[in-house]
Design a protein around this ligand. Structure first.
Ligand SMILES: *[C@@H]1O[C@H](CO)[C@@H](O)[C@H](O)[C@H]1NC(C)=O
Ligand SMILES: *[C@@H]1O[C@H](CO)[C@@H](O)[C@H](O)[C@H]1NC(C)=O
Ligand SMILES: *[C@@H]1O[C@H](CO)[C@@H](O)[C@H](O)[C@H]1NC(C)=O
Ligand SMILES: *[C@@H]1O[C@H](CO)[C@@H](O)[C@H](O)[C@H]1NC(C)=O
Ligand SMILES: *[C@@H]1O[C@H](CO)[C@@H](O)[C@H](O)[C@H]1NC(C)=O
Ligand SMILES: *[C@@H]1O[C@H](CO)[C@@H](O)[C@H](O)[C@H]1NC(C)=O
Ligand SMILES: *[C@@H]1O[C@H](CO)[C@@H](O)[C@H](O)[C@H]1NC(C)=O
Ligand SMILES: *[C@@H]1O[C@H](CO)[C@@H](O)[C@H](O)[C@H]1NC(C)=O
Length: 341
């Protein structure tokens, strides 16, 4: 695809999905440069990642997480599950040597997309389970964060995760394109948002539901990574900086299966597929980045849930300023104009 086409797609998609924010050409150029730099950095990481045993521990951890969350006992071998990648054409497994996984066509995310979207809410709760009373396909998602300079796990950073619910609405935000604009009570909701600190392997986990979709966007999760933040007594974060902002996706075929179930199928907004999504396009063009969850069924049926995992390599020298329009406070959600972190 030609550059002009990419830019056009990006800007068009943006104005559709995110009224009020137009990505500057500068941001797009920055992303392309970043991708070029990180591609070189990653190959240099491969040996270190293997030496540190990150892959071996990742395998054991995934098996343990699978055992903890799976519902049915007559299921596949955890090894088979853990060996399954969404990248069927590449055939990577957790046992694939790091030199392959982190080589030219790795399955991890390395590029920030710089797009926070309009619905990041500042001040959310630290918690693993973000489901509250939302109905949908249960998921457990695991992100492993690695430092692109040292290849070491990024410990003590905070994954701020948010997604829309099964019928395409974000909590804590009122606005055009976010469900019923007249549902003012939605400003006080917090479902499907949370923050988790990474452990010694650079891993953070959420229990959520598979996101639905809204107009102009493929199914996705948001990610913002806080560094050097401080935990307040009420279990929220303050201070620090953002070293990564991006979005994570799922395979189109699993999205179709989920969308055919209730209550996803109550949403009559037409589906935007990954292949034509502007953020997916930016995150996957001219980069070794693969922003799609590897996943496994937690039981025999989709309704039992899915386990998703992804590795995200971060350049901690980068800083981002995710804009926001809503803040969660002890008095509930509050709308802000032109907020900045
Ligand atoms: C992708 O790479 C090709 C070939 O180097 C280049 O012509 C094109 O401009 C690049 N596109 C983007 C979006 O970086
Ligand atoms: C990380 O970002 C810094 C600052 O933008 C840049 O100088 C450096 O080359 C990047 N490192 C890698 C490995 O991409
Ligand atoms: C998992 O992958 C490893 C290495 O590719 C292989 O030796 C093993 O047999 C696989 N396990 C299963 C159950 O397929
Ligand atoms: C999604 O959230 C909106 C806003 O709170 C709510 O009206 C809608 O019922 C939710 N969808 C489901 C399936 O619960
Ligand atoms: C949000 O919650 C606060 C605190 O409980 C309350 O004062 C406010 O009226 C609520 N807002 C809406 C729109 O329901
Ligand atoms: C979508 O569904 C709602 C509720 O059933 C209905 O009011 C609305 O007209 C539908 N919209 C379209 C475009 O079909
Ligand atoms: C966090 O703080 C330490 C100590 O001040 C500093 O060296 C480091 O660069 C900071 N990390 C980030 C990502 O800002
Ligand atoms: C948490 O505490 C901070 C500092 O007192 C406060 O500003 C914020 O509103 C509180 N957040 C919630 C959700 O209670």
């Amino acid at each position: 695809m030609k550059l002009s086409a990419i830019l056009l797609l990006g800007l068009t998609g943006f104005s559709l999905a995110h009224p009020g924010h137009v990505e500057s050409e500068k941001e797009l150029i920055y992303k392309r440069n970043y991708n070029a730099v990180t591609r070189r950095g990653l190959s240099a990481c491969a040996e270190q990642i293997e030496k540190r045993g990150i892959n071996a521990r990742a395998k054991a951890r995934r098996a343990a997480t699978f055992e903890k969350y799976r519902r049915s006992l007559k299921v596949r071998d955890p090894d088979v599950i853990a060996n399954t990648s969404h990248l069927s054409t590449e055939g990577f497994t957790p046992n694939t040597p790091a030199s392959d996984v982190f080589g030219e066509s790795n399955n991890c995310v390395i590029n920030p997309d710089g797009e926070t979207g309009p619905f990041w809410v500042k001040g959310e709760h630290l918690r693993t389970n973000v489901r509250e009373t939302q109905s949908g396909i249960p998921i457990v998602i695991e992100g492993q964060f690695l430092d692109i300079e040292t290849c070491a796990p990024l410990t003590d950073v905070w994954w701020d995760m948010w997604s829309c619910n099964s019928t395409g609405v974000y909590s804590g935000a009122i606005g055009s394109g976010n469900g019923n604009e007249n549902d003012l009570a939605n400003i006080n909701t917090t479902f499907l948002r949370g923050i988790q600190k990474t452990d010694s392997d650079g891993v953070a986990t959420f229990e959520s539901i598979f996101p639905g979709h809204y107009s102009g966007r493929a199914t996705h999760h948001h990610i913002a990574l806080h560094a050097n933040a401080t935990v307040l007594p009420n279990n929220t974060l303050t201070g620090g900086s953002f070293t990564h902002v991006g979005q994570l996706f799922w395979d189109q075929d699993i999205i179709s299966k989920v969308e055919a179930t209730y209550p996803y199928n109550m949403n009559n907004i037409s589906i935007t597929e990954n292949a034509v999504d502007h953020v997916f396009t930016v995150e996957t063009t001219n980069t070794t980045s693969d922003p799609v969850f590897n996943y496994a069924y937690l039981g025999d049926e989709l309704a039992d849930g899915l386990f998703g995992w992804i590795t995200i390599v971060v350049n901690t020298s980068a800083t981002y300023d995710p804009g926001y329009s809503f803040v969660l406070t002890e008095e509930g959600g509050i709308a802000q104009s032109g907020g900045s972190s």
